[in-house]
Write a protein that binds this ligand. Structure first.
Ligand code: ADP
Length: 583
């Protein structure tokens, strides 16, 4: 493709095109391979991101369970662990009523504390049950606690929890936990309860005499403890991008939400049971605005866009380098052609001058008309020579930035007439019909007379050079768009539309048709353009192959010292005239 692209540029030789195409292949192939590898690695990264984010969410959910167990163990250590020493060492009752109230105050999650000694053995203790809640205190002997709901449910919970802890392979805690929300007797549903208990062992016989424990306040757990916990943990454990804020929550065993750290969540991607304390409930973790797949896709897309950006910049860089290389190659080519063209341009008139001068010197010319003709040829050729040299010198001054113009008021019609008159004889002698039209009373323009004459001469010269069968040239100067326009038209070979923009470039020559045979430097129009633009004017071309060309050089009219814009005044006159005429 690259090959075809450059091949279309007819001005580049095939060897250069091949070289550029090879260089492009050498750069593009590795770039494409890199792109494919990068794409595949981004896919892997997407997969890894998905796993990593899920894992971090799982940890976040696990941290809720971990904190709940930690908190409950801390409370159990404070409330339950001192009891055995009081009972067995100090022989004191476990709590006084005031001491029990301070427990409730300090730990609002505790709703009821109890001690049940149901099998004292040899421990000198009595079978007794203590039950304290914020609203009541019960101390009952064994014969009296039968039928007391609180004691019976606590005993059942402890027995089941103890059994569970005994069978659990990795019982993480020395405390027993039980959560119950099933109907206790199978008829009416019992309220949701959770217990933390601890076996009381006789220190001497290691015999289990009973247990001590507390019941959790489930309303307090639902409404205060867990909501505070999830908000605190979600604040501390922000994972993932800020837009995808971490949301922690707790669900009951039916999957209903108990609490959440945010009002909404995209989806809960990870869950962790709150076992052992509340095994029927689950902690959940997700992100507020995006699910895990969205996040992984976002990171993939970000990487992909970045890669595309880098590749685009890379390709743009390569394109610029190739462009510069093509330009350099073309310039080298053009300079080479320029040198050969200019040498030819210099050689031909010099050879003619020498030939005719020699002929004259040797006195071989018989008639004075013939001598006259030879003088004229010598004169014309030397003028052509000096014009070419002028162009080259001017061009080098322009390139060096040292070309200076001396602006003076110039009558463009007069300047054009002078150029045409100087060359009229030569033009007509070459078989051309020359038509001129110079409108009277044109405003003056601010111009460098030599430079402008040189520009006009270049246009006239080109009309002569690029005409073949139909030899007609017309030169006119007239008012146009508030300025003065010099038009040089011919019926020559014309210029294809695709080339018209480029003929004003330095060294550029149309490479087809008659131009092949006509020698030139490719500097004439580049100079015209530069001169005209330095005069704040413009040059344009209308042309069609084999129909001829019309070059228009336009310069703005000068504002005269009396402050009037002569162009405007003149246009005003014209309007007035046409009005008068109609009137
Ligand atoms: P040169 O005439 O020395 O080649 P110029 O800069 O004067 O350089 O012109 C550039 C090109 O524009 C020419 O090579 C020719 O192809 C085209 N050109 C200029 N004037 C004419 C014209 N009057 N008719 C047809 N082609 C023209």
């Amino acid at each position: 493709m690259a090959f075809a692209l450059f091949r279309r540029r007819r001005d580049l030789p095939l060897s250069h095109v091949r070289l550029i195409a090879l260089a492009l292949l050498a750069v593009l192939l590795p770039a494409i391979v890199l792109l494919i590898l990068q794409y595949r690695s981004l896919c892997d990264v997407q997969q890894t991101t998905r796993i990593a984010v899920r894992e971090s969410l799982r940890k976040a959910a696990g941290s809720v369970a971990w904190r709940v167990q930690g908190d409950m163990e801390r409370i159990a250590e404070e409330v339950l662990l001192p009891v055995p020493s009081k009972l067995f060492v100090k022989r004191q009752p476990p709590w006084t009523a005031e001491c029990a109230q301070s427990v409730f105050k300090e730990h609002p999650e505790v709703e009821e504390i109890f001690l049940v000694i149901n099998d004292p053995g040899d421990s000198n203790l009595e079978s007794v049950a203590y039950v304290y809640s914020p609203s009541r205190a019960l101390i009952l002997e064994k014969s009296k606690w039968c039928g007391v709901d609180d004691i019976e449910r606590a005993t059942a919970a402890h027995e089941r929890a103890d059994l569970l802890a005994g069978t659990a392979a990795n019982a993480r805690s020395r405390f027993c936990y039980w959560q119950d929300s099933a109907p206790a007797d199978g008829s009416s549903p019992s309220p949701e309860t959770a217990y933390v208990s601890y076996c009381l062992l006789d220190p001497e016989s290691e015999h289990e005499v009973g247990f001590v424990g507390f019941r959790l306040d489930m309303a307090q757990m639902r409404e205060h403890y867990l909501p505070q916990l999830v908000s605190e943990l979600s604040r501390n454990e922000q994972r993932g991008p800020a837009s995808a804020e971490l949301v922690l929550g707790v669900l009951d065993r039916e999957g209903r939400q108990i609490c959440s750290s945010a009002p909404s969540v995209a989806s809960y991607a990870a869950r962790a049971s709150l076992a052992p304390v509340l095994p029927r409930w689950e902690a959940t973790a997700g992100f507020r605005t995006a699910d895990v797949d969205d996040l992984a896709r976002a990171s993939f897309e970000k990487g992909l866009w970045f890669t595309v950006l880098v590749v685009t910049v890379l390709l743009a860089g390569i394109a610029m380098i190739v462009r510069a290389a093509v330009r350099e190659l073309k310039l080298a080519e053009v300079k080479q052609t320029f040198v050969s063209n200019v040498s030819h341009e210099l050689k031909t008139p010099l050879a003619l001058i020498r030939l005719f001068a020699e002929t004259l010197e040797m006195g071989r010319v018989k008639t004075s008309e013939k001598a006259q003709e030879y003088y004229r040829i010598i004169y014309n050729e030397s003028r052509r020579l000096s014009q070419l040299i002028d162009n080259i010198l001017d061009f080098s001054r322009i390139e060096a930035g040292s070309r200076e113009y001396s602006f003076v008021p110039v009558d463009l019609a007069e300047a054009t007439r002078a150029v045409v008159e100087t060359y009229e004889y030569q033009i007509r002698a070459a078989g051309f019909e020359l038509a001129t039209r110079f409108d009277p009373d044109l405003p003056r323009v601010e111009a460098d007379p030599d430079a402008i004459s040189q520009a006009i001469l270049n246009l006239v010269n080109n009309s002569v050079k690029y005409s073949d069968e139909t030899k007609q040239i017309s030169v006119s100067v007239r008012m146009k768009d508030g300025g003065v326009a010099v038009e040089v038209a011919d019926r020559g070979i014309g210029i294809p539309l695709s080339e018209q923009r480029r003929i004003f470039e330095k060294f550029y020559r149309v490479s087809t048709g008659l131009v092949h045979e006509t020698k030139g430097s490719g500097l004439g129009l580049a100079l015209v353009k530069h001169i005209v633009e330095a005069h704040r004017g413009r040059v344009s071309v209308e042309s069609a192959p084999r129909r001829g060309s019309r070059f228009t050089l336009w310069l703005p009219a000068m504002v005269e010292a009396n402050g009037t814009d002569p162009a405007a005044a003149r246009e005003g006159d014209l309007v007035a005239q046409s009005v008068d005429h109609r009137g």
